[in-house]
Design a binder for this molecule. Structure first.
Ligand SMILES: Cc1ncc(COP(=O)(O)O)c(C=O)c1O
Length: 380
C-alpha cells in the first residue's frame, strides 16, 4: 500500500498533474496542424498525395529498410505482409499467444491457422528455443517448404512480435526459420525506434509491419507500414494495397484481388509531422524509463528494461509483479487513484476463436500473463 502511494506520487511528479494519468496519449507539438491544413488546402486528402510518399521515404530513412509502403493500419500491414510471402488458406503460421489480437487475426484473415509457441522470459517475445522444439517435433522439409507432418499443412510463416518495443532474439530465430525455409514477418507494430544489434526491428525478417495507431510512439490517427529489404516484395506490397491495378492513365484493369489499404494523405500529413518529433519522443521515453528504473529499484519491484545488444523504444513501460494477487491489487489501487495501469493481454489461445489452435506448454507466457502490468508511458 505504501509503495503504491509512492508510485502514484512518482507518476504525478513526472507528468506534473493531479488529474487522471493515461497509459499513453499522443503529443501534437510540432507541425501537425500546419501539414493537415496544407493537405486540406491542396484537396489531396485521400490515397494520393505528397505526404504519403514523403512519409514512406522518411520511414525508409529512419529504419534503413529498402522499401516502405504506408497503409491504413498495422493490422492491414500484417494481413498483406503474410499474403506477400505466400501464406495461403489452410496453412499454419507460427506466432506467440502473448500479443495483441491483431497478430493472430491477420493470420486468420489469410485463411491460415496460428500455432502458438512460448515466449522468452527476458524479451516477452517469441522464443527461438520453443520454435526449434516445435519444428524438430512436428515439421518436415519438402521441396517447396516446411510442412507439419501430422496435419499435412504447410508452415508458411513465422510472426514474432517485439512486445512493448523489446526486441526478440532475432538472430537465433532467423537462423532456425531459414534452416526450415520459413519466411519471417516481424510484427514491429510496437517497436518503432527499437533496435536489435544496431539494426532497426522490422528490417531483419523478410517483411516488417508497423502501426501508427493513436496509442503508439508516433501516431497518424490510424496507420501502418509494410517494410522490406526485398524490393520486389516492396513493389508488390504497394500493388496489392492499391487494389492491384495495372498502371494506366485512365483505364481500370485489376489482375488480382487487391486491397484498398493505402494510407490517406490526410493521415500521412500527421505522420510526417510526428516523424519530425520521433527522436525527441524516444529521448524523453528513455529518460522516463531511467527514472522508473531508479524508482522501482528503491521499492524492490522489477521494472522491465532492455537486454544486451538491443535498444528498446520504451513504448509501453511495464513492471513484473510477484504474483497474480499482487498484480490485481496494484491494478485496482492505481486505477482507483487515477493512474492508469493495465495488465498484459489475455493469451490469445484463451479467446473463443483461437481455442482450437495448436500450442505448446506456454510456461513463460502464462508466467508473464499473471504478472506484467503496463504503467503510464506517454512522452512528458
Ligand atoms: C502487436 C501489435 N500488432 C498489431 C497491431 C495492430 O495495429 P493497428 O491498431 O494499427 O491495426 C498492434 C496495435 O495496435 C499491436 O500492438
Amino acid at each position: 500500500m505504501e509503495s503504491i502511494n509512492q508510485f502514484v506520487s512518482f507518476v504525478r511528479e513526472q507528468y506534473h498533474t493531479d488529474k487522471f494519468v493515461p497509459l499513453h496519449e499522443p503529443r501534437f507539438r510540432g507541425n501537425e496542424k500546419e501539414y493537415l491544413l496544407d493537405t486540406i488546402d491542396s484537396t489531396f486528402v485521400s490515397s494520393v498525395g505528397a505526404y504519403v510518399d514523403r512519409f514512406e521515404r522518411e520511414m525508409e530513412h529512419f529504419t534503413g529498410a529498402g522499401k516502405t509502403v504506408a497503409v491504413v493500419n498495422g493490422t492491414a500491414s500484417l494481413q498483406v505482409a503474410l499474403r506477400l510471402i505466400g501464406v495461403a488458406k489452410g496453412d499454419e503460421v507460427i506466432t506467440q499467444a502473448l500479443s495483441f489480437i491483431a497478430t493472430a487475426n491477420a493470420i486468420a484473415y489469410n485463411g491460415a491457422t496460428p500455432v502458438f509457441l512460448d515466449v522468452d522470459l527476458d524479451t516477452m517475445g517469441l522464443s527461438p528455443r520453443a520454435v526449434r522444439r516445435f519444428l524438430e517435433n512436428y515439421a518436415e522439409l519438402r521441396e517447396d517448404g516446411c510442412y507439419n507432418k501430422f496435419t499435412g499443412n504447410k508452415i508458411s510463416a513465422c510472426v514474432p512480435m517485439h512486445t512493448f518495443g523489446f526486441p526478440v532474439h532475432l538472430d537465433e530465430l532467423m537462423t532456425i526459420c531459414s534452416a526450415w525455409k520459413i519466411p519471417v514477418v516481424e510484427d514491429a507494430a510496437e517497436s518503432l525506434g527499437s533496435y536489435y544489434k544496431g539494426k532497426h526491428t522490422g528490417t531483419l525478417g523478410q517483411v516488417g509491419c508497423f502501426s501508427f495507431n493513436g496509442n503508439k510512439t508516433i501516431t497518424c490517427g490510424g496507420g501502418g507500414a509494410i517494410v522490406s529489404n526485398d524490393l520486389e516484395l516492396g513493389t508488390r506490397a504497394k500493388y496489392l494495397t492499391t487494389t492491384a491495378k495495372r498502371p494506366h492513365p485512365y483505364e481500370f484493369f485489376h489482375d488480382e484481388i487487391g486491397y484498398n489499404y493505402r494510407m490517406p494523405n490526410l493521415n500521412a500529413a500527421l505522420a510526417c509531422a510526428q516523424m519530425e518529433m520521433l527522436e525527441s519522443f524516444l529521448a524523453d521515453k528513455r529518460k522516463l524509463a531511467g527514472g522508473y528504473t531508479e524508482f522501482f529499484k528503491s521499492i524492490g519491484v522489477n521494472f522491465r528494461t532492455e537486454i544486451n545488444e538491443t535498444k528498446a523504444n520504451y513504448w509501453l513501460m511495464c513492471v513484473e509483479l510477484g504474483d497474480r494477487s499482487e498484480r490485481d491489487s496494484f491494478l485496482k489501487e492505481t486505477n482507483e487513484k487515477g493512474i492508469m495501469t493495465r495488465p498484459i493481454w489475455t493469451l490469445t489461445y484463451r479467446l473463443p476463436m483461437y481455442q482450437h489452435c495448436h500450442r505448446d506448454e506456454q510456461i513463460n507466457a502464462e508466467f508473464l500473463e499473471q504478472r506484467i502490468v503496463n504503467i503510464p508511458s506517454s512522452v512528458r
